[in-house]
Write a new protein. Structure first.
Length: 124
């Protein structure tokens, strides 16, 4: 219960610190996705080091049935939207402390917007 509240507070903070930009370029985002593609596929049910990102927009965190998530992701209570993805990609450990995604974060807001524009298009 307490952990869920902490996670909710962290999410609130992350969202206050910057709302995702809505003007991303999906073509540039596709190139940027190469950083993620080492671990994530966009096809349904194809898990790698990370879970499939098929249908990620609008999905609840930790919901791919046959992927072993960390307890941190499972308990996060996050629904992946442009805003929550933006916060997660910016600094995964800040949004979901103790998650097991080995990715330091992407500081450039424009690059994150491009990536999210690509995910919105390509993860359907
Ligand atoms: C080195 C491997 C690796 C890289 C690179 C990586 N990820 Fe991940 N990702 C993971 C792992 C492992 C998890 C599961 C984490 C957990 O359970 O704590 C994850 C989880 C996620 C989740 C949550 C999925 C869900 O079903 O809730 C999202 C969203 C995500 N990654 C997006 C990205 C994006 C976007 C990038 C590129 C900017 C990226 N990841 C780069 C390994 C990686």
């Amino acid at each position: 219960m307490i952990k869920a509240k902490v996670a909710a507070a962290a999410l609130g903070m992350a969202l206050l610190c910057g709302v995702a930009r809505a003007d991303g370029d999906a073509a540039r985002g596709e190139a940027k996705f190469q950083e993620c593609a080492a671990c994530h596929k966009l096809e349904t049910g194809v898990n790698n080091v990370g879970p499939s990102l098929h249908g990620i927009i609008g999905r609840k965190a930790g919901e791919v049935a046959d992927f072993r998530y960390s307890p941190a992701i499972k308990r996060s209570g996050i629904t992946w939207t442009a805003d929550t993805l933006d916060a997660f990609i910016k600094e995964p450990q800040a949004l979901v402390p103790a998650n097991r995604m080995p990715y330091a974060g992407l500081a450039d807001p424009a690059a994150r917007a491009d990536l999210i524009a690509y995910l919105q298009k390509a993860s359907k």
